[in-house]
Write a protein that binds this ligand. Structure first.
Ligand SMILES: [Zn+2]
Ligand SMILES: [Zn+2]
Length: 235
């Protein structure tokens, strides 16, 4: 019954009963990603939105480019607090933060317009070399929580990373695109029409786009991307 034992908030050290590492107050201070592009979830400036009609709001990038994924769901922006949580999880092996981050996603996903559940959850695969360095795949840890929470099948064996790629921090959008070319392949077919690919952060989207490309190629009709926080290249 660990859930009834109060924990202490990571940020303000107050006792918390939220089933996460943060208290209600600090959760409510996290930057929600709204308004955002209804395709790639890129944060939009309130001032840039001129339409008041119920039409789909898209960013300039989505208006001028074709992407293989259908829709990115991201309830948070990559604020300082999110960066802290995500970096601790990835680089200091705080795997339990994945539980906190996934809980925050399900608590705040009501801000996402037309949120639709897929037929299955697929974590962004990690190459075995990176897996040995890091010890775990954070996308798989997030996916385990989502699959259990939404009662959806979890498939982490069919889509695999066939090529080790360099870490992308500091790369331009073009460099990122080249870096991830042909980085994925299918180890087994998938018989779904609609899946969600899970990752922690998205910056330019070149990696998820490359993965979505191969999923579309094998006949999956709809590929959504679920991430915790949406970053820009400046992050
Ligand atoms: Zn707090
Ligand atoms: Zn967009």
């Amino acid at each position: 019954m660990s859930s009834i034992v109060p924990r202490h908030c990571l940020f303000c050290l107050e006792k918390t009963h939220t089933h996460t590492d943060l208290c209600h107050h600090c959760i409510n201070k996290l930057n929600l990603n709204q308004p955002c592009c209804q395709r790639c979830a890129s944060p939009l400036e309130q001032a840039a939105i001129t339409s008041t009609k119920q039409e789909v709001m898209l960013c300039g990038n989505c208006l001028s480019h074709h992407f293989h994924y259908d829709r990115v769901y991201s309830p948070f922006t990559y604020s300082e607090e999110m960066r802290y949580l995500i970096k601790k999880m990835k680089y200091q092996k705080k795997i339990h933060f994945a539980h906190t981050l996934a809980t925050l996603f399900v608590q705040k996903n009501h801000i996402i317009k037309d949120f639709q559940l897929p037929q299955a959850i697929i974590p962004m695969p990690m190459h075995s070399k990176r897996l040995r360095q890091r010890g775990f795949n954070q996308a798989l840890e997030l996916s385990r929580f989502f699959a259990s929470h939404y009662t959806l099948p979890l498939d982490y064996t069919s889509l695999i990373r066939s090529r080790h790629t360099d870490l992308q921090a500091g790369m331009t959008a073009i460099e990122r695109q080249k870096n991830v070319q042909k980085a994925f392949k299918m180890a087994a077919p998938l018989k779904y029409d609609h899946i969600a690919l899970i990752d922690d952060v998205m910056t330019t989207g070149s990696t998820v786009n490359e993965a979505a490309k191969i999923l579309k190629k094998i006949g999956i009709k709809k590929v959504d991307i679920w991430i915790i926080a949406r970053a820009g290249l400046e992050n």
